[in-house]
Design a protein around this ligand. Structure first.
Ligand code: SF4
Ligand code: SF4
Length: 466
């Protein structure tokens, strides 16, 4: 049975609306209800261009450490790691200096390979353990939590809810920047803050350039899981590949896949020993009348890291898009992942076949947006300038209005507890977890007047004139 202290911690995290900030959005109070022996603070941030996690580690390292210790207490873990890439020299130094006298906690320096932040890959790199196929790190006795999430955990225990987060605005913008944006800030406002787009016809990817999702337009908003806003010319290959019709992608696979196996040989999950072989899936979907079900079920094990499409395939084919489509199709039919092997071992060439991040950057066509490659911060402080590609500000951007979605996490949408016309203060709860459901509480990210309540709650800054 959990102690009162642990119950209080978990309750405070739930009350503060903390969810996985690395993109997953799983409610953290549920995740930290598990019992494990190890917690890994994930500071890998392996998507190119993003520096939001780096900013947290350099500007607010004490919050990251405090959150890690709280997570260890909540889960009963006796071992904690802050996993950060060796190339992030400043973050590595800052976190190492802070942690050196902490018992049971150490910094783990990661190689600069992609996707080293993937939970299955990260757990294996740091602990040598294997997460089962299709499983979660806790099945290997580990909780993995993003460094920004852990910083929010520290805030939560001190009574401060999630109202803003670090976001990198990069790509084709005049002044690439990493700064704190209130939840609900529009993409248009964030891009304007970054000096505006450098091209007239552009599209926006929310998240990292490799795994992020295309935003429908610039009215999309920053949520608790938005680490990046990447502006790219509308004809950039990373945009075009996301816009391609899946029927065309499958026809291309049928016509051009030479079964060279390069996609499989570079697949990080395959190299961990999981039963996914993208070249076989590509062959299977090219067959008629229907592909062999056991082969395509391997798509469930796909992390959607896009290594296969970006560096694996010499013919420009997209196994990742095929896997995404297969997963959606199987889910619609009520099918579930049949692969759950626990006793797995890595491919003997796994380490040698890992993909250097620089290769991902070149192959993804984004090298020109990483104008000054190198370590992050020249120095930690209120405002620090990277020696890489974004300026980092710890001050919070002040929008005139925010539109805060009721669903920005795994689970059920939050239920509004305010109505149009209400005055709210930053940090005040505006939507609650529905009774008995998995979800996350939502708070006002700015002070002002609620002007609309629908799928999102709109707040206009300042007090309403009467
Ligand atoms: S996206 Fe491609 S490389 Fe990544 S796990 Fe899926 S099949 Fe493997
Ligand atoms: S790398 Fe491309 S061509 Fe080769 S097997 Fe995979 S999908 Fe087919």
């Amino acid at each position: 049975m959990a102690s009162a202290a642990v119950t209080d911690i978990v309750h405070a995290i739930g009350a503060a609306g903390v969810v996985g900030a690395g993109g997953a959005g799983f409610p953290t109070h549920v995740k930290l209800s598990a019992t494990v022996d190890t917690v890994i603070a994930n500071g890998a941030e392996c998507e190119p261009l993003l520096e939001a996690d780096h900013a947290v580690m350099v500007l607010e390292p004490a919050r990251v450490l405090a959150g890690l210790k709280i997570a260890m207490t909540a889960t009963g873990a006796t071992r904690g790691y802050v996993a950060v890439k060796e190339k992030r020299g400043t973050a590595l130094r800052v976190m190492t200096e802070l942690i050196q006298r902490e018992e049971g906690i150490s910094v783990f320096a990661l190689d600069d390979v992609y996707p080293i932040g993937d939970e299955h890959v990260l757990v294996h790199e740091v602990t040598g353990r294997h997460v089962p196929e299709g499983g979660l790190p806790l099945e290997a006795g580990v909780v993995v939590s993003n460094v920004a999430t852990l910083a929010s955990v520290a805030d939560a225990v001190e009574g401060r809810p999630v109202t803003s987060r670090y976001v990198t605005v990069a790509g084709a913008v005049a002044r690439p920047v990493t700064a704190r944006f209130p939840i609900g800030t529009s993409v248009a406002d964030a891009i304007a803050f970054a000096g505006g787009p450098l091209t007239e016809r552009y599209r926006v990817i929310l998240g990292g350039p490799i795994m992020g999702k295309l935003a429908p337009d610039t009215s999309a908003v920053v949520t608790k899981v938005t680490g990046g806003i990447i502006v790219l010319p509308a004809d950039h290959p990373l945009v075009r590949t996301r816009e391609s019709d899946i029927g065309v992608i499958i026809r291309q696979a049928r016509a051009a896949c030479c079964q060279c196996m390069s996609c499989t040989e570079t697949c990080p999950r395959h190299l961990l020993g999981h039963r996914i072989a993208p070249h076989l899936i590509m062959r299977a979907v090219s067959m008629s009348p229907g592909p062999p079900p056991d082969t395509v079920a391997g798509a469930w094990l796909c992390s959607e890291c896009a290594v296969c499409a970006t560096v694996g395939c010499p013919s420009g084919l997209s196994p990742v898009r095929v896997n995404q489509a297969l997963k959606q199709s199987m889910a619609r039919k009520g099918m579930k992942n049949p692969y759950h092997e626990k006793d797995i071992s890595s491919h003997p060439l796994r380490t040698a076949r890992r993909v250097p991040s620089s290769r991902m950057v070149t192959r993804a066509g984004i090298a020109s947006y990483m104008t000054r490659p190198g370590d992050g911060f020249a120095e930690a402080g209120e405002t620090a300038r990277h020696s890489s590609h974004t300026e980092c500000l710890s001050a919070v951007f002040q929008p005139d209005r925010v539109s805060i979605p009721l669903l920005q996490h795994v689970g059920a949408p939050a239920v509004p507890c305010v109505k149009a016309g209400d005055e709210v203060h930053e940090g005040e709860p505006i939507a609650e977890i529905p009774a008995g459901k998995l979800g996350a509480r939502i708070h006002a990210s700015i002070s002002g007047t609620v002007t609309d309540v629908g799928d999102a709650i709109t707040i206009v800054a300042g007090r309403r004139r009467r």
